[in-house]
Design a protein around this ligand. Sequence first.
Ligand code: ZN
Length: 255
Amino acid sequence: MELTVLGSASPYARPGNPCSGYLVRHGGTALWMDAGPGTLAELQRHVRPDRLDGIWISHLHADHVSDLLTAYYALLYADLEPSGPIPLYGPPGTADRLRHFLSNQGPSPVEDAFDMRELYDGRTDRVGELTVESRAVEHGFPAFGARIGTGGRAEAGPGVLAYSGDTGPCPALEELAEGASLLLCEADLDAPADGEAVHLTPEQAGESARKAGVGRLVLTHVGPSLRPEDAVVRAQAAFGGPTSYAAPGEAFSAS
Ligand SMILES: [Zn+2]
């Protein structure tokens, strides 16, 4: 299984770096994971959008979802030829959010572009040759992380990719990452939040990786108050294992 970073900027796209978006491929399967602004363009370097096996959205903040708006145009009103609606896994209410923005004179047929499947904690889906288990994480409103493998539901860690989505420290993060080959984890904060934490510091990302016993930590969604190279050093010190930055265009193997 291979993870390609389409973008990792937070909370707005920068020149050369879209917001959160990733392509997960295994065999002939392609899954677009988070659709931050700028990622639809980068996705096309690797796969035609009408050939995707699925789209998985962690939560409905604009920096993770807004390129679905133009993906809708691409799938229904352009030169692409999807064989049917693309399966779209997203938090409850995803279809209504899209419809509200996309509708002009009359309601837009969002379901013609996307086959909507609402996430809940523990939901497990087979997407092509991938198994995707979605877990609810702590982000102040419905938000999910994912554990992605190529085998069945109870698969062991090697060959597994885990993705934090956006989250504060929580048991679900460590559970979904347990023994994974690769943990793609946000590190948005320079210092721990006062009160309810809805993001992680590099140290908290590293600590979660250490507790989960992952093979490699890849930091993404590094916030504007952090330099990626500093975040990697800080996370690696807490993790004690190999740590990388999710630079746009970079690819990582989760085998
Ligand atoms: Zn968010």
